[in-house]
Write a protein that binds this ligand. Structure first.
Ligand code: NAP
Length: 484
């Protein structure tokens, strides 16, 4: 029996009932490290989505009426379920997604941390009493759950991306319909099991898998859904915003990135290399906030590249469940082919391969950690999300040049820089058009801070106090006639 058998649910969860797709169709889920089938999940469509929405709508009034103490207690039990089963959940995540077990465990614990954060935030959904400009009136705001929330999540962080949404929605008093990515549905379906065990009433959490278009079409057009929260590509995000316009839903969008990683001459070079390794190669480069473009200043360019290439070449590429694995496989053949294409395009336009450069000896979906030097702005990987283990290093001379190059993209999710200059640190804070900025640090995400992109990287924030705000509506009430 696998290490995750107890967490692997092959059915959808609608209104507190585990069910198959209406037609009995299934989707096969494979392990990217081996190509072997892990199992199958329902291939549901619009009809199942409609039922899930109806269940969430029916469950909403009673769930929204729970006290914040009661909702907080449910979330704390959900947190305990995640922590208690963290090893099995991590094994499940690695099996379907491919990342090293240590990264999977960190993701699962991050999910638990978001749930805990929102269990606490539930108590702070307060309003305000506003000083009145009129005599005899009281003006106040109160905050209320938005209603039924639809959540669509990606395959690269199939657990934690959902935690930020479900944690906030459930804390605010919303009910939810979740559609996880088809490549990694188990890490989504298991939230239904955990929510059931934690004691959430039927209909509060519904999880359906299957046709993105059919389910997405229903989630975006059904008037009972009052909010759509999506993490995924900018291209699909734009489609979903358009589709949600017909019923004027609130939308939260966590979309693609093209993160710059800037190393200045005055940086602690070893720390910068260490940071670049994590920011680039975590999850085999399949991370929305991973550095897509590395900029090194001319004075340290050669030394930086040499150290980075050495470290990249030494990364241990292996199936995620193999002890010591530091980089697992890519998600599918399309990802592998795109990574190859981007490298070929860069080399054709003058880049040099300093490490890696192609498929790994392990075969299948394994790819060598790659460093390219003399990258330039005309290369496709300067504008496109690579989503693979490739670090193109661009050369720059001045701070102004680096900031301008960093901002030369429609994306605005995360940016990193290494410098010891305090003045420059704050010029970067002002100048970089990004929602998340790490100076001399790359592991900067935690539930306490707002996570979200600028420009075409998204709308809204997840985590922090703002994460709850996005699931609440503000009502203003004026009570008059109070003069005696
Ligand atoms: P994707 O292709 O946009 O898919 C994301 C989700 O949307 C999946 O569940 C997918 O379902 C679903 N989907 C696809 N087409 C749809 C449609 N027409 N209607 C409704 N749903 C639809 O993205 P991905 O490849 O899974 O994830 C990688 C992308 O996510 C990257 O661009 C990355 O930067 C971004 N991302 C952003 C953040 C952030 O916080 N900003 C975090 C992680 C990832 P199927 O799987 O069934 O196709």
């Amino acid at each position: 029996m696998s290490a995750y058998a107890s967490m692997q649910k092959d059915a959808n969860y609608i209104d507190g009932t585990w069910c198959a797709a209406d037609g009995g169709d299934v989707i096969s889920v494979t392990n990217p490290a081996t190509g072997a089938e892990i199992g199958t999940v329902p291939n549901a469509g619009a009809a199942e989505a409609r039922r899930a929405i109806a269940a969430a709508e029916a469950a909403f009034p009673a769930y929204a009426a729970l006290t914040v103490t009661e909702r907080g207690a449910l979330l704390r039990r959900l947190h305990a379920e995640i922590v208690d089963h963290a090893d099995a959940l991590a094994a499940l995540l690695t099996a379907e997604q491919g990342k090293p077990l240590a990264e999977a465990k960190a993701e699962v614990l991050s999910s638990a941390a978001y749930v805990q954060w929102f269990a606490e935030e539930a108590r702070r959904a307060d309003g305000a009493v506003i000083p009145s400009p009129w005599p005899g009136r009281k003006l106040m705001t109160t905050r209320h759950p938005v209603g039924v929330v639809a959540a669509i999540t990606p395959w690269n962080f199939p657990s934690s991306m959902l935690a930020r949404k479900l944690g906030a929605a459930l804390a605010a008093g919303c009910t939810a319909v979740v559609k996880p990515a088809s490549a990694t549905p188990y890490s989504g379906l298991v939230w239904a099991l955990l929510a059931e065990r934690a004691g959430f009433p039927p209909g509060v959490v519904n999880v359906i898998t299957g046709s993105a278009r059919a389910i997405g079409g229903e989630l975006t057009s059904n008037p009972a859904v009052r909010k759509l929260t999506f993490t995924g590509s900018t291209e699909i995000g734009k489609e979903l915003i358009r589709a949600s316009a017909g019923t004027v839903k609130k939308v939260s969008m966590e979309l693609g990135g093209n993160a710059p990683f800037i190393v200045f001459d005055d940086a602690d070079l070893d720390a910068a290399v260490e940071g670049a390794m994590i920011a680039k190669f975590r999850n085999a480069g399949q991370t929305c906030i991973c550095s897509n473009r590395v900029y090194a200043q001319a004075g340290i360019y050669d030394a930086f590249v040499a150290k980075l290439a050495e470290k990249a070449a030494a990364l241990r590429v292996a199936p995620g469940d193999e002890p010591g694995s530091e980089q697992g496989p890519l998600v599918d053949m399309a990802a592998l082919a795109k990574t190859e294409e981007l490298i070929a395009d860069a080399v054709e336009r003058g880049a040099t391969v300093a490490a890696g450069g192609g498929r790994h000896d392990r075969g299948g979906l394994f790819f060598q950690p790659t460093v390219l030097t003399e990258a330039t702005a005309d290369m496709r990987l300067a504008q496109e999300e690579i989503f693979g283990p490739v670090a193109p290093v661009f050369r720059f001379e001045t701070e102004a040049e680096a900031i301008a190059a960093a901002n030369d993209t429609e994306y605005g999710l995360a940016a990193y820089a290494y410098t010891r200059d305090l003045g420059r640190t704050f010029r970067l804070q002002d100048g970089l058009e990004y929602g998340l900025i790490g100076i001399n640090e790359v592991l900067i995400v935690t539930p306490e801070v707002p996570f979200g992109g600028l420009k075409e990287s998204g709308l809204g924030k997840e985590g922090s106090w703002q994460g709850l705000d996005d699931y609440l509506e503000t009502k203003y009430t004026c009570v008059g006639g109070l003069t005696g």
